[in-house]
Design a binder for this molecule. Structure first.
Ligand code: TRP
Ligand code: ZN
Length: 885
C-alpha cells in the first residue's frame, strides 16, 4: 500500500540481470500461525552483464528476515540493506551460495498472491511477481533455475504435500509432522514455482506420449468434489494428444498434476508439472455445471497444459513480452476447442467477446499495445488485449503463412529457444526464417494500440468486366500514440454471384483464377485490388472468419445482408451478416426511441429469422447463435455515445416482436428439444450442447409473451431437468419474468438445494445480479448479506458485483449514480485486502467516455472519490489515475 505514485517501468530500460541463479533449494515449514522458508541459492555473475561485481539486489516483500549467510558465513545487519521491496548485499566473488530464512504469514494473506491459504489448504500463486512474497530472490522471468523443494507440515491436516517436478523423497518428522521433497529438473523462472499442502483426494489416470513414455495424471480436489473431476481429466488427455498431433509437442515430466482451489484470482496457472486451478475451471458434472462451464473447463485445461511449451519450456524475457506466451497459448487453445467442437460456433463466440470487450478496452483510457511499453503494476496487464488480441495476431500470422509454414515456424521457435527466456521479436524471427515471409510491417500489431478501421468501397466496370475493392484503413489515437502507421491486414474474402455461388477469383495480372476464397494483404492506408473476368456485379463477402481484428464497414443494404445470411459459403460470415442486419435494425429503433417516436420494426429481420427456424437442416448451435441479438454491451461499444436506456428498450422491443411473430416455430422447436432432453440422459457432447442452446434461447423468447403454457413449460424444465444447463436457464428466465411467486419459489428452492456447493451458488448470484428488472441494485445489496456471499472470495465478487456492473447495464448505469457509487465502495473495500481483484472490478467505470455528460460526471466523480480514499494499492492507483488522465 502506498499513497505516493508508484514507479513506471519501461520496456526501453530493460537490462540483463547482473546475477544468475543456477540452483534453488527451498524448505518450507508450514504452521498455523506462520511459515518458515529456507532458501539456498547457488548464484553467479551473469557473463553477459559486463565486468566487476555490482551489488546484488534481491526482490522481497512482506518477509521477515531471520538469517542470512553468504558462502556459509552468517551476515550481520551491517552486511546488507533492507527496504520494503528489496535486500541488497555485496558479493565478494563471481560464484557464491546465499542462504536465507524468512518468516511469512500465509494464514493472513488475503491478496491470494505468494503463499496463501484457501480454506484449509496451503497453495501458491507466483505469476507475475508473487514469488518475492515467499523468499528473497531475483523474481524476474529471465532468471531461470532448477528447483528442489521440501515441504513439511502436520501430517493429519496436510496429508498431501506437492511441488513442481518429480517426487524424490518423503518421510515422517517429529510432533506428527511429515515432509516430502520434489525436484524439477527443468530450469524455470520463479513465477512457475508452486506448492500445495492439504487434505486432498485425487483421481488418477495415465497418458502414453508419442515416444511411448507413461505419464501419471492426477487431479487433486477436496474430498467432497472427487465426483466432479472426470471432465477435466478427459479434457487433459485430449489436450495432450492434440498438442502432439498439431504441434509435435510432447509432455516432458513423469507426472502432471492439477489442483483445484476455491480462492483464486484468475482462471488457472500453468506452474511446471503442478497446475493450480480455480475450482470453477475444474469441477463439473451434469447436475452442477452448465454446457458453457464444461466447454470453459475443456479450454482452460488445454490452455494451461499448452503453456508447458508455450510459456514454460520457452518463456518470456520480461513481462512486456507477456503476449508471447499468452497470445500464442490462447490461439492454441482456441484452435483446440475448434477441433473438439464446432469450429464456426467457437469462432463466433470468440469474435463476439473480442468485439464487445477487447475493442472497448482498446478504445478506453487503459488501451495499450499487445506488447505494452510501460506499466506501473504488471498484474493490470493480464488484459483482453494481451490475451485475446494477442491471439488474433497469432491467427493472422497463421493466415498469412498458411498452416504448413506456421508449423515449420513454431517447430523452429521451440527448437531454437528451448530453455530460454525470449521476446516477441524472437518468435517473429522464427516465423520469418521458416517461411521466408518478411513480417517487418506486420510487427506493428505488437507496438500500436487501438482497433483499426477498415472502410471498403467497390466499383464494378461492366464493359471491362472488372471489379475493384478499395480498402481505406485508419486507426484512432490511443494514450501516448497520436499517429499510427498502416497495419498489414489480411482480408479473407469471396465474391458471390446472383445465385449466391462463389465466383472464381482472378486478380489483375494473374494468368488464371486462384480459388473462390482467398486472402488479400491490405498494407497501405488506401489499397485497391482489381478482379478480372467478373461477368456480373458480385456481392462481396469480406473478412471471412474474421480474418483480422478490425472494425470493417461496407455499405451493405439490408436485402444484401439477408442474401449473405442465406448464401455465404463462410459460416462465420452468414452469422456476421445476421448480426449486421440486427445492428442496423436496432440502431434505427434506438433513433426512433430517442426522438420520442413509436418504434417500428423492419419486418425483414423477422422474415430472416423465420427462414432460419424453419430450416431443419441447419446446425442447431448456428441457429441459436443467429437468433441471439447483439448484446447491450456490444451495441454500447459501437455507439459514439451509448444511450443505455434506449438500447435496452430497443432490444427488448425486438425480443418481444420476435417472440410474438415467431411463436409457433419457436414453440415447436422448444417442445421437440425438451422432449429429447427428457428421453436422453445428459452428455456434454457437441450435438446435445447445440440442441440445448437452441432450446434455451427459444424458451427465453417464448417467455417474453407471458403465456401460461410457456410458464408451465419453464417450471417443468426448472423442476425436472437432469442437468444444470436446462435448470439454470429456466431459473434465469423466471428471474427476468414478472411471475413473482414462481420466481421467489424457484430461487429459494435452488439456494436450499445447492447451499453447500459454492460454484453453483455463484451461478445463483449471477443470474440475479444480471436481471435488468427495476430495483437491481437493492437486490444485489441484499445478496451481499446472504450467508453464501463472501467478499474475500474472488469468484463471489465476480459472480455478484462483476455480473451486476458488466451485465446489468440499465441498473448499473442508473441515472442517480447509485450503481457507480456501489461499485466504487466495493473497489475501495477490496483495495484493502485484494488489490488485483479491486483493480479488475474497476473496468466498467473506466469506460466513462462512452456515455452522455450526466453519466460521465457521475462516473468520474466516483473515480475521483476512489483516488482520494486513502492508501491505494499500485494496482488500483494505476487504473484510476490513467482513467482520469
Ligand atoms: N498465466 C495464467 C494464465 O493465463 C494467468 C494467471 C493466473 C495470473 N493467475 C494469475 C496472472 C494471477 C496474474 C495474476 O493461464
Ligand atoms: Zn495463459
Amino acid at each position: 500500500m502506498r499513497t505516493e505514485q508508484p514507479n513506471t517501468i519501461y520496456l526501453k530500460d530493460y537490462q540483463v540481470p547482473d546475477y544468475l541463479i543456477d540452483e534453488t533449494t527451498l524448505t518450507f515449514e508450514l504452521y498455523e500461525d506462520h511459515s518458515l522458508v529456507h532458501a539456498q541459492l547457488v548464484m553467479r555473475r551473469n557473463p553477459q552483464a559486463g565486468a566487476g561485481l555490482p551489488p546484488l539486489v534481491l526482490h522481497g516483500q512482506e518477509l521477515e528476515l531471520l538469517s542470512l549467510s553468504l558462502n556459509d558465513r552468517e551476515l550481520g545487519a551491517g552486511d546488507y540493506q533492507l527496504t520494503p521491496a528489496s535486500l541488497t548485499l555485496q558479493p565478494d566473488s563471481a560464484s557464491f551460495t546465499l542462504d536465507s530464512t524468512v518468516r511469512i504469514h500465509p494464514e493472513s494473506n488475503t491478496a491470494l498472491e505468494g503463499l496463501y491459504k484457501s480454506g484449509t489448504m496451503f497453495c501458491t500463486q507466483c505469476e507475475a511477481e508473487g514469488f518475492r512474497k515467499i523468499t528473497y530472490y531475483l523474481d524476474r522471468p529471465d532468471v531461470m533455475s532448477s528447483f528442489t523443494t521440501t515441504v513439511s507440515a502436520d501430517k493429519q491436516r496436510y496429508p498431501v504435500l506437492l511441488s513442481n517436478g518429480n517426487p524424490v523423497a518423503a518421510g515422517d518428522g517429529e510432533d506428527g509432522r511429515h515432509w516430502a521433497t520434489w525436484q524439477d529438473p527443468f530450469k524455470k523462472p520463479a513465477y512457475l514455482f508452486a506448492l500445495v499442502a492439504g487434505d486432498l483426494w485425487c483421481i488418477e489416470d495415465s497418458f502414453t506420449t508419442m515416444s511411448g513414455r507413461d505419464v501419471a495424471l492426477r487431479i487433486y480436489v477436496e474430498p467432497e468434489n472427487i465426483d466432479k473431476c472426470q471432465h477435466a481429466m478427459d479434457s487433459l488427455k485430449k489436450s495432450m494428444r492434440w498438442d502432439e498431433e498439431v504441434y509435435g509437442r510432447e509432455y516432458d515430466l513423469d507426472i502432471f498434476m492439477i489442483v483445484a482451489v476455491n480462492d483464486f484470482n484468475m482462471g488457472a496457472m500453468e506452474n511446471k508439472g503442478l497446475n493450480i486451478f480455480n475450482s470453477s475451471a475444474v469441477l463439473a458434472r451434469a447436475e452442477t455445471a452448465t454446457d458453457a462451464a464444461h466447454q470453459r473447463i475443456e479450454a482452460i485445461v488445454a490452455h494451461e497444459y499448452f503453456h508447458n511449451w508455450s510459456g514454460n519450456r520457452v518463456t518470456c524475457r520480461d513481462w512486456f513480452q507477456l503476449s508471447l506466451k499468452e497470445g500464442f497459448t490462447v490461439f492454441r487453445d482456441a484452435e483446440f476447442s475448434a477441433d473438439m467442437n464446432s469450429r464456426t460456433v467457437k469462432r463466433i463466440e470468440d469474435v463476439a467477446y473480442l468485439r464487445t470487450h477487447q475493442f472497448a478496452e482498446d478504445a478506453g483510457p487503459m488501451a495499450h499495445p499487445v506488447r505494452p511499453d510501460a506499466y506501473m503494476e504488471i498484474s493490470n496487464f493480464y488484459t483482453l488485449t494481451v490475451y485475446e488480441k494477442g491471439a488474433e495476431v497469432l491467427r493472422m500470422i497463421h493466415t498469412l503463412l498458411g498452416a504448413d509454414a506456421f508449423r515449420k515456424g513454431s517447430d523452429l521457435y521451440f527448437q531454437r529457444h528451448d530453455g530460454q527466456a525470449v521476446t516477441c521479436d524472437d518468435f517473429i524471427k522464427a516465423m520469418e526464417d521458416a517461411s521466408g515471409i518478411d513480417l517487418t510491417q506486420f510487427k506493428r500489431w505488437y507496438s500500436q494500440a487501438g482497433t483499426p478501421r477498415l472502410q471498403v468501397s467497390e466499383a464494378y466496370d461492366a464493359a471491362a468486366q472488372t471489379y475493384t475493392l478499395t480498402f481505406a484503413q485508419s486507426c484512432p489515437a490511443t494514450p501516448g500514440q497520436a499517429e499510427k502507421q498502416p497495419f498489414v491486414i489480411p482480408v479473407a474474402l469471396g465474391l458471390l454471384d446472383a445465385q449466391g455461388n462463389d465466383l472464381p477469383l482472378q486478380l489483375a495480372g494473374e494468368a488464371a483464377a486462384q480459388g473462390t476464397s482467398r486472402v488479400l494483404s491490405v498494407t497501405e492506408a488506401q489499397h485497391s485490388f482489381t478482379f478480372v473476368n467478373v461477368a456480373e456485379k458480385p456481392l462481396p463477402s469480406l473478412l471471412r472468419g474474421f480474418s483480422a481484428p478490425v472494425k470493417m464497414s461496407f455499405p451493405y443494404s439490408r436485402d444484401q445482408l439477408m442474401f449473405l445470411m442465406q448464401h455465404d459459403s463462410d459460416g462465420f460470415n452468414r452469422w456476421e451478416a445476421g448480426q449486421q442486419l440486427a445492428v442496423q435494425v436496432l440502431q434505427e429503433l434506438v433513433g426512433q426511441r430517442q426522438r420520442g417516436e413509436a418504434m417500428v420494426l423492419d419486418q425483414r429481420l423477422i422474415a430472416a429469422l423465420r427462414t432460419l427456424l424453419e430450416n431443419q437442416q441447419l446446425d442447431q448451435a448456428m441457429v441459436a447463435e443467429m437468433l441471439s441479438l447483439p448484446s447491450e454491451a456490444y451495441l454500447a461499444e459501437i455507439s459514439d455515445e451509448a444511450d443505455v436506456d434506449a438500447i435496452h428498450a430497443a432490444r427488448e422491443f425486438v425480443r418481444q416482436q420476435i417472440a410474438e411473430a415467431l411463436y409457433e416455430p419457436l414453440w415447436a422447436r422448444y417442445q421437440a428439444s425438451r422432449e429429447q432432453s427428457r428421453q436422453t440422459p445428459y452428455v456434454a457432447e457437441a450435438g446435445q450442447i447445440a440442441r440445448r442452446s437452441l432450446q434455451n434461447i427459444a424458451l427465453s423468447y417464448l417467455m417474453e409473451t407471458g403465456r401460461e403454457e410457456v410458464l408451465a413449460a419453464c417450471l417443468e424444465q426448472y423442476e425436472h431437468s437432469d442437468n444444470m444447463t436446462e435448470r439454470l436457464h429456466a431459473l434465469a428466465v423466471l428471474v427476468n419474468s414478472p411471475f413473482e411467486a414462481e420466481k421467489a419459489g424457484a430461487l429459494a428452492k435452488f439456494a436450499e438445494h445447492f447451499k453447500d456447493n459454492p460454484l453453483v451458488m455463484d451461478q445463483w448470484f449471477s443470474v440475479q445480479a444480471g436481471s435488468p428488472l427495476p430495483g437491481g441494485l437493492s437486490r444485489v445489496q441484499q445478496l451481499m448479506a446472504h450467508p453464501a456471499f463472501n467478499l474475500k472470495n474472488p469468484n463471489k465478487v465476480r459472480s455478484l458485483i462483476g455480473a451486476f456492473a458488466n451485465q446489468n447495464h440499465v441498473n448499473f448505469h442508473a441515472l442517480d449514480g447509485s450503481g457507480y457509487r456501489f461499485l466504487a465502495d466495493q473497489v475501495i473495500a477490496l483495495n484493502g485486502f485484494n488489490p488485483q481483484i479491486a483493480a479488475r472490478q474497476l473496468a466498467p467505470l473506466t469506460r466513462w467516455r462512452k456515455f452522455a455528460p450526466a453519466r460521465q460526471a457521475l462516473m468520474r466523480g466516483e473515480l475521483e472519490r476512489i483516488l482520494a480514499s486513502g492508501e491505494l494499492s499500485p494496482d488500483v492507483y494505476e487504473v484510476v489515475s490513467k482513467s482520469l488522465a
